[in-house]
Design a protein. Sequence first.
Length: 73
Amino acid sequence: MATNLALSDALIEEARQLGGERTKKAVVTQALVEYIQRRKQLKVIELFDSVEYDGAYDYKTQRTAPRSLAVAD
């Protein structure tokens, strides 16, 4: 999809040099990828205070519990 954007040449050039990209398109694409990743991370961080967990749960018992579904060779 072709899109025309008025971007700061100085910002694009600085981002190109910092990121080691060869083209303006590569710089903008990488910036969008990183932007999306960051936004997804922020949504995950928001979940930290909303997830309830059982304080009495003992994860160590899972380590010593026998495996009931053994894979046959």
